[in-house]
Design a protein. Structure first.
Length: 217
């Protein structure tokens, strides 16, 4: 999962009022180059959607994960459904322990330098900076100055326009929800537009990375 997420630099977050159409959403995202997809447990029918996608329905080659996992029982449920990574808005020791025992990547949320460092020390390979929109890209740059080993993924308030700024500030990837998978696009079944948004995000991340390394995008 980590390799897939870091390859494109984008994790798509699906948080909707219903899970109907999730296979089409995943197919559209994949067509746009986003192959790491997080289904949040706040979406009704999330477990069934995770199970459906994990079986390859609509999302061949995609890595399907679960978001808003708040406790160990929820972690057990989503992993049993086929989730290959687990995301939380905060850090939970029980979730970390269970995911570590099964070798499933856990991406906990944290905000302050103390919380971010604690999550990394507990074994999180990636840490979700949440809610990132409250702070802006300069916050990551300031945090990474004394803590350059952290691999941060901003989430909450990341837009198509700001994704590149987050990468240039030092984020290893971005987590994007409604700015990518909006309820209106899903309702209209505008899959071509969803693919176009995904592609634009991936290209923006690639361009930002190239500016950091000096290599062609």
């Amino acid at each position: 999962m980590i390799d897939v997420a870091l390859a494109s630099g984008v994790i798509a977050v699906v948080r909707l009022q219903q899970a109907a159409g999730v296979p089409a959403i995943a197919a559209a995202l994949s067509a746009g180059g986003v192959n790491s997809i997080e289904i949040t447990l706040t979406t009704p029918g999330a477990l069934q959607a995770i199970q459906q996608l994990a079986s390859g329905d609509g999302a061949p080659g995609c890595v399907i994960g679960a978001g808003t996992v708040l406790d160990e029982q929820a972690a057990r449920d989503v992993i049993a459904a086929g989730a290959r990574f687990v995301v939380s808005p905060t850090f939970d020791q029980g979730v970390m322990r269970y995911c570590r025992d099964l070798d499933i990547p856990y991406v906990p949320g944290a905000l302050t330098p103390t919380e971010l460092l604690a999550a990394w020390r507990a074994g999180a390979a990636l840490v979700k900076l949440f809610p990132a929109g409250l702070l802006g890209p300069p916050y990551i740059r300031e945090v990474l100055a004394p803590l350059p080993f952290l691999r941060l993924v901003p989430s909450g308030g990341v837009s198509l326009e700001s994704a590149g700024e987050w990468i240039r500030a030092g984020a290893v990837a971005v987590s994007v929800g409604s700015a990518l998978v909006s309820a209106s696009l899903v309702q209209d079944e505008a899959w071509a537009e969803l693919s176009a948004r995904a592609r634009a995000l991936v290209e923006s991340v690639a361009a930002a990375r190239s500016r950091l390394t000096g290599a062609p995008a």
